[in-house]
Design a protein around this ligand. Structure first.
Ligand code: PEP
Length: 254
């Protein structure tokens, strides 16, 4: 289909225990029939379990954090710096997840997400950048505008070369954790608009290489139809990444 390597991220959110992390990593290590030359797989545990996850999982799997601090380490109580992500051997960080954008206790701004993205890339950490519209924004016909606003806020901080270290996850907020998956046609439409924005605002080369993941209630049952869309290059998976059958979603590249 395309030259873009399929990418599947698993976002464990704020779930798990030492025991469940160990069991899940062992189940993933035992997974068969996955060609890691054709699919990149990254899981994002809660930060306190990141070292444990990295130490158990086989090296074919990347490990990410779900968030990071916006700049250098220092007097920022409760935060985790990008330098620490590198120090413990992690490859990626998820930024701009809708829960961080919209939960009233957090409310991260578009601009802070852009600054975090730049800082992470400068320190050699790859970014899984989440964007997506709320239900009322979709119903008002504003999906494209919202995606482009969130992307523009990141672009304001990035050079054209920086985008090579970004994977975009389109995650309509109404589909996250709700069991309401976007239709394959809805996903394809948004992904193709996002790719065309990159073509116009960054470059043709960047647009053709950019992995655009779909996220929102992806399961082993619905992933194949989504993966068949020309602009769907993988998934960011929440709830279904907490089970060994996550690997069936990873195998959607086949
Ligand atoms: C997510 O958290 O990125 C996500 C898509 O969650 P879920 O798969 O549970 O909808």
């Amino acid at each position: 289909q395309s030259a873009r390597k399929f990418f599947v991220g698993g976002n464990w959110k704020c779930n798990g225990s030492k025991q469940s992390v160990q069991e899940l990593c062992e189940a993933f290590n035992a997974g068969k029939n996955i060609d890691f030359n054709r699919v990149e797989v990254v899981v994002a545990p809660p930060s306190v379990y990141a070292m444990l996850t990295r130490s158990i999982l086989r090296p074919d799997f990347g490990v990410a954090l779900q968030n990071c601090w916006v700049g250098k380490p220092g007097a920022f109580t409760g935060e985790v710096a990008v330098e620490m992500i590198r120090d413990i051997g992690l490859s990626h960080v998820i930024l701009g997840h809708s829960e961080r954008r919209h939960l009233p206790e957090i409310r991260e701004s578009d601009d802070v997400i852009g600054r975090k993205t730049k800082y992470a890339i400068d320190k050699g950490v790859h970014v899984i950048l989440c964007i997506g519209e709320l239900l009322e924004e979709r119903e008002a016909g504003r999906t494209r505008e919202v995606n482009e606003r969130q992307l523009s806020a990141v672009r304001a901080h990035l050079s054209a070369d920086d985008w090579a270290k970004v994977v975009i996850a389109y995650e309509p907020v109404w589909a996250i954790g709700t069991g309401k998956v976007a239709t394959a046609a809805q996903a394809q439409e948004a992904h193709s608009e996002i790719r065309s924005w990159i073509r116009r605002q960054v470059s043709e080369a960047c647009a053709s290489q950019m992995r655009i993941l779909y996220g929102g209630s992806v399961t082993p049952e619905n992933c194949l139809e989504l993966a068949a869309q020309p602009d769907v290059d993988g998934f960011l998976v929440g709830g279904a990444s907490l089970k060994p059958t996550f690997l069936d979603i990873v195998r959607a590249y086949q």
